[in-house]
Design a protein around this ligand. Structure first.
Ligand code: FPP
Ligand code: MG
Ligand code: MG
Length: 410
Protein backbone atom coordinates (compact mmCIF):
# COMPACT_ATOMS: atom_id res chain seq x y z
CA UNK A 1 0.00 0.00 0.00
CA UNK A 2 1.25 3.40 -0.94
CA UNK A 3 -0.18 6.81 -0.49
CA UNK A 4 -3.57 6.92 -2.18
CA UNK A 5 -4.00 3.14 -2.17
CA UNK A 6 -2.23 0.17 -3.74
CA UNK A 7 0.49 0.93 -6.26
CA UNK A 8 -1.05 1.66 -9.63
CA UNK A 9 0.63 0.17 -12.67
CA UNK A 10 1.08 3.21 -14.89
CA UNK A 11 2.10 0.97 -17.81
CA UNK A 12 -1.22 -0.77 -17.63
CA UNK A 13 -3.05 2.57 -17.55
CA UNK A 14 -1.34 4.50 -20.33
CA UNK A 15 1.41 2.19 -21.60
CA UNK A 16 -0.26 1.66 -24.98
CA UNK A 17 -0.67 5.37 -25.51
CA UNK A 18 2.95 6.04 -24.60
CA UNK A 19 4.08 3.29 -26.94
CA UNK A 20 2.28 5.03 -29.81
CA UNK A 21 3.80 8.37 -28.89
CA UNK A 22 7.20 7.88 -30.46
CA UNK A 23 5.76 6.57 -33.71
CA UNK A 24 3.21 9.33 -33.94
CA UNK A 25 5.88 11.94 -33.39
CA UNK A 26 7.93 10.42 -36.18
CA UNK A 27 4.86 10.80 -38.40
CA UNK A 28 4.52 14.45 -37.43
CA UNK A 29 8.16 14.99 -38.29
CA UNK A 30 9.95 13.99 -41.45
CA UNK A 31 11.44 16.40 -43.91
CA UNK A 32 12.43 15.93 -47.51
CA UNK A 33 15.81 17.15 -46.47
CA UNK A 34 17.58 14.07 -45.10
CA UNK A 35 19.86 15.96 -42.74
CA UNK A 36 17.06 18.06 -41.27
CA UNK A 37 15.09 14.86 -40.90
CA UNK A 38 17.95 13.26 -38.98
CA UNK A 39 18.62 16.23 -36.70
CA UNK A 40 14.99 16.85 -35.76
CA UNK A 41 14.40 13.17 -34.96
CA UNK A 42 17.75 12.73 -33.21
CA UNK A 43 16.76 13.06 -29.53
CA UNK A 44 13.73 10.83 -30.02
CA UNK A 45 15.92 7.79 -30.66
CA UNK A 46 17.00 7.75 -27.02
CA UNK A 47 14.60 6.60 -24.35
CA UNK A 48 13.30 9.79 -22.87
CA UNK A 49 11.30 9.66 -19.67
CA UNK A 50 8.23 11.06 -21.42
CA UNK A 51 7.14 12.46 -18.11
CA UNK A 52 5.19 15.32 -19.71
CA UNK A 53 3.04 13.15 -22.00
CA UNK A 54 2.60 10.71 -19.14
CA UNK A 55 1.19 13.44 -16.91
CA UNK A 56 -1.01 14.79 -19.73
CA UNK A 57 -2.49 11.32 -20.35
CA UNK A 58 -3.10 10.67 -16.67
CA UNK A 59 -4.76 14.09 -16.27
CA UNK A 60 -6.94 13.25 -19.27
CA UNK A 61 -8.05 10.03 -17.60
CA UNK A 62 -8.42 11.49 -14.15
CA UNK A 63 -10.58 14.37 -15.38
CA UNK A 64 -12.66 12.29 -17.79
CA UNK A 65 -15.33 11.52 -15.20
CA UNK A 66 -15.12 14.89 -13.44
CA UNK A 67 -17.68 17.66 -14.01
CA UNK A 68 -17.81 19.11 -17.51
CA UNK A 69 -18.38 22.63 -18.70
CA UNK A 70 -22.02 23.48 -19.00
CA UNK A 71 -23.39 24.99 -22.23
CA UNK A 72 -20.60 24.00 -24.54
CA UNK A 73 -21.82 23.07 -27.94
CA UNK A 74 -20.91 19.69 -29.24
CA UNK A 75 -19.79 19.85 -32.80
CA UNK A 76 -21.60 17.33 -34.91
CA UNK A 77 -19.40 17.58 -37.91
CA UNK A 78 -15.72 17.89 -38.42
CA UNK A 79 -13.30 19.13 -40.92
CA UNK A 80 -11.42 16.23 -42.34
CA UNK A 81 -7.78 16.97 -42.72
CA UNK A 82 -6.06 14.06 -44.26
CA UNK A 83 -2.67 15.32 -45.30
CA UNK A 84 0.00 13.92 -43.07
CA UNK A 85 1.80 16.80 -41.43
CA UNK A 86 5.08 15.26 -42.43
CA UNK A 87 4.19 15.74 -46.09
CA UNK A 88 3.59 19.46 -45.77
CA UNK A 89 6.05 21.66 -47.53
CA UNK A 90 6.07 24.75 -49.67
CA UNK A 91 6.13 22.61 -52.77
CA UNK A 92 3.14 20.62 -51.72
CA UNK A 93 0.40 22.72 -50.32
CA UNK A 94 -2.57 20.47 -49.76
CA UNK A 95 -6.10 21.67 -49.98
CA UNK A 96 -7.17 21.22 -46.44
CA UNK A 97 -10.58 19.96 -45.67
CA UNK A 98 -11.52 18.73 -49.13
CA UNK A 99 -10.21 15.23 -49.17
CA UNK A 100 -12.61 12.44 -48.70
CA UNK A 101 -10.37 9.52 -47.86
CA UNK A 102 -9.52 9.24 -44.24
CA UNK A 103 -5.92 9.21 -43.21
CA UNK A 104 -4.71 8.31 -39.83
CA UNK A 105 -1.82 10.75 -39.84
CA UNK A 106 -4.16 13.68 -40.08
CA UNK A 107 -6.03 14.70 -37.06
CA UNK A 108 -9.72 14.78 -36.55
CA UNK A 109 -10.54 18.42 -36.26
CA UNK A 110 -13.07 18.33 -33.50
CA UNK A 111 -12.16 15.31 -31.43
CA UNK A 112 -15.48 16.29 -30.02
CA UNK A 113 -16.34 15.24 -26.56
CA UNK A 114 -19.95 15.15 -25.62
CA UNK A 115 -20.19 17.85 -23.06
CA UNK A 116 -22.57 17.36 -20.24
CA UNK A 117 -23.01 19.12 -16.96
CA UNK A 118 -23.48 15.82 -15.23
CA UNK A 119 -20.27 13.86 -14.94
CA UNK A 120 -21.93 10.54 -14.20
CA UNK A 121 -23.61 10.34 -17.57
CA UNK A 122 -20.72 11.40 -19.75
CA UNK A 123 -19.97 8.80 -22.34
CA UNK A 124 -16.62 8.40 -23.97
CA UNK A 125 -18.03 7.48 -27.33
CA UNK A 126 -20.47 10.31 -27.82
CA UNK A 127 -19.03 12.88 -30.15
CA UNK A 128 -16.17 10.67 -31.21
CA UNK A 129 -16.79 10.42 -34.89
CA UNK A 130 -14.02 8.61 -36.62
CA UNK A 131 -13.30 5.19 -35.12
CA UNK A 132 -9.59 5.67 -35.81
CA UNK A 133 -9.70 8.33 -33.17
CA UNK A 134 -11.82 6.40 -30.73
CA UNK A 135 -11.05 7.14 -27.10
CA UNK A 136 -9.37 4.32 -25.25
CA UNK A 137 -11.59 3.37 -22.36
CA UNK A 138 -9.99 2.01 -19.23
CA UNK A 139 -12.17 -0.95 -18.26
CA UNK A 140 -11.64 -0.83 -14.50
CA UNK A 141 -13.10 2.61 -13.86
CA UNK A 142 -14.49 3.69 -17.24
CA UNK A 143 -12.10 6.62 -17.48
CA UNK A 144 -10.85 7.44 -20.94
CA UNK A 145 -8.38 9.42 -23.01
CA UNK A 146 -9.43 11.30 -26.13
CA UNK A 147 -7.34 11.24 -29.31
CA UNK A 148 -6.84 15.00 -29.07
CA UNK A 149 -5.36 14.54 -25.61
CA UNK A 150 -2.95 11.93 -26.96
CA UNK A 151 -1.99 14.34 -29.69
CA UNK A 152 -1.44 17.06 -27.08
CA UNK A 153 1.10 14.78 -25.39
CA UNK A 154 2.96 14.46 -28.69
CA UNK A 155 2.91 18.20 -29.32
CA UNK A 156 4.24 18.92 -25.85
CA UNK A 157 7.03 16.34 -26.14
CA UNK A 158 8.06 17.95 -29.44
CA UNK A 159 8.15 21.43 -27.91
CA UNK A 160 10.12 20.11 -24.95
CA UNK A 161 12.61 18.42 -27.27
CA UNK A 162 12.94 21.60 -29.35
CA UNK A 163 13.82 23.49 -26.19
CA UNK A 164 16.44 20.85 -25.33
CA UNK A 165 18.09 21.20 -28.75
CA UNK A 166 18.37 24.94 -28.18
CA UNK A 167 19.30 24.58 -24.53
CA UNK A 168 22.22 22.31 -25.34
CA UNK A 169 23.56 24.93 -27.72
CA UNK A 170 23.23 27.64 -25.08
CA UNK A 171 24.74 25.45 -22.36
CA UNK A 172 27.42 24.07 -24.67
CA UNK A 173 26.40 20.61 -23.45
CA UNK A 174 28.16 17.61 -24.97
CA UNK A 175 25.76 14.96 -23.75
CA UNK A 176 21.99 14.37 -23.56
CA UNK A 177 20.11 11.17 -22.77
CA UNK A 178 23.47 9.42 -22.80
CA UNK A 179 23.95 10.37 -26.44
CA UNK A 180 26.37 12.85 -27.89
CA UNK A 181 24.36 16.09 -27.82
CA UNK A 182 22.91 17.26 -31.14
CA UNK A 183 25.19 20.30 -31.17
CA UNK A 184 28.19 18.00 -30.70
CA UNK A 185 27.02 15.66 -33.45
CA UNK A 186 25.78 18.13 -36.04
CA UNK A 187 27.04 21.53 -34.94
CA UNK A 188 25.21 24.52 -33.47
CA UNK A 189 23.61 25.72 -36.67
CA UNK A 190 21.89 22.45 -37.45
CA UNK A 191 20.90 21.91 -33.83
CA UNK A 192 19.19 25.31 -33.69
CA UNK A 193 17.39 24.75 -36.99
CA UNK A 194 16.39 21.23 -35.96
CA UNK A 195 14.76 22.75 -32.86
CA UNK A 196 12.99 25.38 -34.95
CA UNK A 197 11.67 22.68 -37.25
CA UNK A 198 10.29 20.67 -34.33
CA UNK A 199 8.61 23.78 -33.01
CA UNK A 200 7.04 24.48 -36.38
CA UNK A 201 5.70 20.96 -36.80
CA UNK A 202 4.36 21.06 -33.26
CA UNK A 203 2.58 24.31 -34.14
CA UNK A 204 0.89 22.73 -37.15
CA UNK A 205 -0.34 19.84 -35.04
CA UNK A 206 -1.52 22.33 -32.42
CA UNK A 207 -3.44 24.33 -35.02
CA UNK A 208 -5.08 21.12 -36.17
CA UNK A 209 -6.58 20.57 -32.76
CA UNK A 210 -8.84 23.51 -33.66
CA UNK A 211 -9.07 24.65 -30.07
CA UNK A 212 -8.26 28.32 -29.56
CA UNK A 213 -7.88 28.12 -25.81
CA UNK A 214 -5.36 25.29 -26.10
CA UNK A 215 -3.50 27.08 -28.91
CA UNK A 216 -3.18 30.13 -26.66
CA UNK A 217 -2.03 28.11 -23.66
CA UNK A 218 0.62 26.18 -25.55
CA UNK A 219 1.85 29.26 -27.42
CA UNK A 220 2.26 30.99 -24.08
CA UNK A 221 4.34 28.04 -22.93
CA UNK A 222 6.77 28.62 -25.79
CA UNK A 223 7.10 32.28 -24.79
CA UNK A 224 7.59 31.28 -21.15
CA UNK A 225 10.36 28.83 -22.07
CA UNK A 226 12.25 31.63 -23.75
CA UNK A 227 11.56 33.99 -20.82
CA UNK A 228 12.84 31.42 -18.36
CA UNK A 229 15.96 30.88 -20.38
CA UNK A 230 16.49 34.64 -20.58
CA UNK A 231 16.02 35.06 -16.83
CA UNK A 232 18.70 32.44 -16.41
CA UNK A 233 21.08 34.32 -18.71
CA UNK A 234 20.56 37.36 -16.52
CA UNK A 235 21.28 35.32 -13.43
CA UNK A 236 24.04 37.83 -12.70
CA UNK A 237 21.35 40.23 -11.49
CA UNK A 238 22.00 38.98 -7.99
CA UNK A 239 23.00 42.03 -6.03
CA UNK A 240 22.88 42.19 -2.26
CA UNK A 241 20.43 39.34 -2.44
CA UNK A 242 18.07 41.33 -4.64
CA UNK A 243 17.70 41.68 -8.34
CA UNK A 244 18.50 45.07 -9.82
CA UNK A 245 14.91 46.09 -10.03
CA UNK A 246 14.98 45.59 -6.28
CA UNK A 247 11.53 44.08 -6.28
CA UNK A 248 12.42 40.47 -5.97
CA UNK A 249 14.68 38.49 -3.73
CA UNK A 250 17.17 36.24 -5.45
CA UNK A 251 15.15 33.26 -4.35
CA UNK A 252 11.91 34.66 -5.75
CA UNK A 253 13.71 35.34 -9.00
CA UNK A 254 14.96 31.76 -9.06
CA UNK A 255 11.46 30.37 -8.42
CA UNK A 256 9.93 32.52 -11.12
CA UNK A 257 12.63 31.40 -13.55
CA UNK A 258 11.91 27.81 -12.52
CA UNK A 259 8.22 28.27 -13.26
CA UNK A 260 9.02 29.77 -16.65
CA UNK A 261 11.53 27.21 -17.80
CA UNK A 262 9.89 24.05 -16.48
CA UNK A 263 6.60 24.37 -14.63
CA UNK A 264 4.81 26.52 -17.20
CA UNK A 265 5.01 23.72 -19.75
CA UNK A 266 3.66 21.11 -17.36
CA UNK A 267 0.97 23.30 -15.76
CA UNK A 268 -0.41 24.71 -19.00
CA UNK A 269 -0.38 21.34 -20.72
CA UNK A 270 -2.26 19.80 -17.80
CA UNK A 271 -4.82 22.58 -18.13
CA UNK A 272 -4.95 22.03 -21.89
CA UNK A 273 -5.57 18.33 -21.39
CA UNK A 274 -8.55 19.14 -19.16
CA UNK A 275 -9.79 21.81 -21.61
CA UNK A 276 -9.73 19.30 -24.49
CA UNK A 277 -11.83 16.97 -22.38
CA UNK A 278 -14.44 19.70 -21.90
CA UNK A 279 -13.76 19.92 -18.16
CA UNK A 280 -15.36 22.60 -15.98
CA UNK A 281 -13.32 25.66 -15.02
CA UNK A 282 -12.79 24.28 -11.53
CA UNK A 283 -11.45 21.00 -12.90
CA UNK A 284 -9.18 22.90 -15.33
CA UNK A 285 -7.81 24.85 -12.34
CA UNK A 286 -7.16 21.62 -10.44
CA UNK A 287 -5.22 20.25 -13.43
CA UNK A 288 -3.24 23.49 -13.68
CA UNK A 289 -2.38 23.58 -9.97
CA UNK A 290 -1.27 19.96 -10.01
CA UNK A 291 0.94 20.59 -13.04
CA UNK A 292 2.44 23.77 -11.67
CA UNK A 293 3.46 22.20 -8.39
CA UNK A 294 4.75 18.91 -9.73
CA UNK A 295 6.63 20.97 -12.35
CA UNK A 296 8.30 23.13 -9.71
CA UNK A 297 9.16 20.02 -7.68
CA UNK A 298 10.57 18.35 -10.79
CA UNK A 299 12.98 21.21 -11.51
CA UNK A 300 14.01 21.59 -7.84
CA UNK A 301 14.94 17.91 -7.84
CA UNK A 302 16.76 18.39 -11.15
CA UNK A 303 18.83 21.17 -9.60
CA UNK A 304 19.56 18.92 -6.63
CA UNK A 305 20.61 15.97 -8.82
CA UNK A 306 23.11 18.24 -10.55
CA UNK A 307 25.06 17.96 -7.27
CA UNK A 308 24.32 14.42 -6.20
CA UNK A 309 24.45 11.97 -9.08
CA UNK A 310 27.06 10.92 -11.58
CA UNK A 311 26.93 11.98 -15.19
CA UNK A 312 26.42 8.38 -16.33
CA UNK A 313 23.39 7.98 -14.09
CA UNK A 314 21.95 11.34 -15.09
CA UNK A 315 22.63 10.90 -18.81
CA UNK A 316 23.80 14.52 -19.09
CA UNK A 317 26.65 16.59 -17.63
CA UNK A 318 26.57 17.13 -13.85
CA UNK A 319 27.93 19.98 -11.80
CA UNK A 320 26.90 21.85 -14.91
CA UNK A 321 25.00 24.67 -13.24
CA UNK A 322 27.91 26.04 -11.20
CA UNK A 323 30.16 25.80 -14.22
CA UNK A 324 27.59 27.83 -16.15
CA UNK A 325 27.65 30.40 -13.36
CA UNK A 326 24.19 29.47 -12.14
CA UNK A 327 23.14 29.58 -8.50
CA UNK A 328 20.23 27.17 -8.10
CA UNK A 329 18.23 26.36 -4.95
CA UNK A 330 20.92 24.25 -3.20
CA UNK A 331 23.39 27.13 -3.54
CA UNK A 332 20.89 29.80 -2.51
CA UNK A 333 20.01 27.84 0.63
CA UNK A 334 23.69 27.21 1.40
CA UNK A 335 24.27 30.97 1.05
CA UNK A 336 22.07 31.52 4.11
CA UNK A 337 24.43 29.31 6.13
CA UNK A 338 27.63 30.54 4.53
CA UNK A 339 27.33 34.27 3.75
CA UNK A 340 30.78 34.18 2.10
CA UNK A 341 29.13 32.29 -0.80
CA UNK A 342 27.47 35.57 -1.75
CA UNK A 343 30.49 37.04 -3.47
CA UNK A 344 31.04 33.86 -5.49
CA UNK A 345 27.41 33.88 -6.57
CA UNK A 346 27.68 37.53 -7.58
CA UNK A 347 30.66 36.90 -9.79
CA UNK A 348 29.02 33.78 -11.30
CA UNK A 349 31.76 31.48 -9.95
CA UNK A 350 34.09 32.81 -12.59
CA UNK A 351 37.37 32.87 -10.67
CA UNK A 352 39.70 29.92 -10.34
CA UNK A 353 38.52 27.57 -7.61
CA UNK A 354 35.08 29.22 -7.24
CA UNK A 355 33.20 26.21 -8.59
CA UNK A 356 35.07 23.83 -6.24
CA UNK A 357 34.60 26.10 -3.19
CA UNK A 358 30.90 26.57 -3.85
CA UNK A 359 30.51 22.83 -4.52
CA UNK A 360 31.99 21.83 -1.16
CA UNK A 361 30.02 24.48 0.74
CA UNK A 362 26.79 23.22 -0.78
CA UNK A 363 27.66 19.64 0.16
CA UNK A 364 28.44 20.47 3.80
CA UNK A 365 25.39 22.74 4.12
CA UNK A 366 21.72 21.88 4.52
CA UNK A 367 21.13 23.21 1.01
CA UNK A 368 20.40 19.89 -0.66
CA UNK A 369 18.10 18.75 2.15
CA UNK A 370 16.28 22.09 2.12
CA UNK A 371 15.85 21.89 -1.65
CA UNK A 372 14.33 18.45 -1.29
CA UNK A 373 11.98 19.70 1.43
CA UNK A 374 10.84 22.56 -0.76
CA UNK A 375 10.22 20.10 -3.60
CA UNK A 376 8.27 17.95 -1.15
CA UNK A 377 6.08 20.87 -0.11
CA UNK A 378 5.19 21.50 -3.75
CA UNK A 379 4.34 17.81 -4.13
CA UNK A 380 1.99 18.19 -1.17
CA UNK A 381 0.25 21.07 -2.95
CA UNK A 382 -0.03 18.98 -6.12
CA UNK A 383 -1.60 16.14 -4.12
CA UNK A 384 -4.01 18.50 -2.37
CA UNK A 385 -5.23 19.76 -5.75
CA UNK A 386 -5.61 16.42 -7.48
CA UNK A 387 -7.34 14.89 -4.45
CA UNK A 388 -10.38 17.00 -5.28
CA UNK A 389 -11.06 14.95 -8.43
CA UNK A 390 -13.32 11.91 -8.33
CA UNK A 391 -11.43 8.71 -7.46
CA UNK A 392 -9.83 6.79 -10.30
CA UNK A 393 -6.70 4.77 -10.89
CA UNK A 394 -5.25 7.66 -12.86
CA UNK A 395 -5.78 9.98 -9.90
CA UNK A 396 -3.95 7.53 -7.65
CA UNK A 397 -1.17 7.28 -10.24
CA UNK A 398 -0.84 11.08 -10.29
CA UNK A 399 -0.55 11.12 -6.51
CA UNK A 400 2.06 8.37 -6.58
CA UNK A 401 3.95 10.13 -9.36
CA UNK A 402 4.86 12.91 -6.92
CA UNK A 403 6.89 10.39 -4.92
CA UNK A 404 8.66 9.22 -8.05
CA UNK A 405 9.54 12.81 -8.90
CA UNK A 406 11.01 13.29 -5.43
CA UNK A 407 12.95 10.03 -5.43
CA UNK A 408 14.13 10.02 -9.01
CA UNK A 409 17.82 9.58 -9.71
CA UNK A 410 17.78 10.60 -13.35
C1 FPP B 1 16.72 22.74 -19.73
O1 FPP B 1 17.25 23.36 -18.62
C2 FPP B 1 16.07 23.77 -20.59
C3 FPP B 1 14.78 24.16 -20.53
C4 FPP B 1 13.87 23.54 -19.56
C5 FPP B 1 14.21 25.23 -21.43
C6 FPP B 1 15.13 25.77 -22.49
C7 FPP B 1 14.45 26.84 -23.31
C8 FPP B 1 15.02 27.45 -24.35
C9 FPP B 1 16.37 27.09 -24.83
C10 FPP B 1 14.27 28.53 -25.06
C11 FPP B 1 13.90 28.13 -26.47
C12 FPP B 1 12.63 27.36 -26.43
C13 FPP B 1 12.07 26.67 -27.47
C14 FPP B 1 10.70 26.13 -27.30
C15 FPP B 1 12.75 26.40 -28.76
P1 FPP B 1 18.68 22.98 -18.02
O2 FPP B 1 19.77 23.48 -18.89
O3 FPP B 1 18.68 23.46 -16.62
O4 FPP B 1 18.59 21.42 -17.99
P2 FPP B 1 19.52 20.29 -18.60
O5 FPP B 1 20.41 19.87 -17.50
O6 FPP B 1 18.57 19.20 -18.98
O7 FPP B 1 20.26 20.84 -19.76
MG1 MG C 1 21.10 22.54 -20.17
MG1 MG D 1 20.02 25.42 -19.64
Amino acid sequence: ERRGGPVVDVKELVGEDLKDLKNNIRNLLGSGHPMLDTVSKYYFQADGKHIRPLIILLIAQATSQAPKKVHVSVKDSYEEIDTPISELSDFFIPTMGHHSKSNKDGINATEAVAVKDDASSSSPTEGAINPIYAPRVHEADQTFILPSQRRLGEIVEMIHTASLLHDDVIDVADKRRNLLSANESFGNKMAVLGGDFLLARASIALARLRNHEVTELISTVIANLVEGEFMQLRNGQVENGRNRGGKMTTFEYYMEKTYMKTASLISKSCRSSAVLGGASDEVCDIAYTYGKNIGLAFQLVDDMLDFTVSSDEFGKPVGADLKLGLATAPVLFAWEEYPELGKLIKRNFDQDGDVETAWSMVLKSQGLAQTRMLAQSHCQKAIAAISRLPDSQAKTALIQLTEKVLDRKK
